[in-house]
Design a protein around this ligand. Sequence first.
Ligand code: PNS
Length: 158
Amino acid sequence: MRRAVYPGSFDPVTFGHLDIIERSAKMVDELVVGVLHNSAKNSLFSLEERVNMIREMTKDIPNVRVESFDGLLVDYMSQIGANIIIRGLRAVTDFEYELQLAQINHVQNEEIETVFLITNLKYSYLSSTIVKEIASYGGDISKFVPAELIDRIYAKYN
Ligand code: PNS
């Protein structure tokens, strides 16, 4: 059974993330979307909200499971029996951080490999931070996130 984890903050999930989920789910038997519970990071959405949004948006992909995790990614992966990490690469600017993450994870557990998917060109500019910035000014976010999530995002700024 080839089980991979796509880890992240997903605060909130965007079309860019959903594109990576759809594409990577085709490459493995099971894809676990691992939503990081990071108490140090001030997230806009609670852990439960972030998990639920991704669950709703991926309900039609049978081999995708959405869970939260706390602590080190490598420990979580050992617990659930996964050895592939999926990450999206948007541009060269992502590379340095992603390389470091992949290497640190591999040093901690040599069985773990990171697979990078190149973000679809049409989402290469997109990030959760950009979505939040635009929403905070009441701007149009319909090109960045699914329609079902738009009101939930605006509601955080009212
Ligand atoms: O969406 P993000 O915030 O870029 O995702 C970062 C994430 C969740 C992949 C990374 O912060 C992570 O794996 N955190 C868990 C703690 C850990 O294992 N850190 C890596 C070694 S320092």
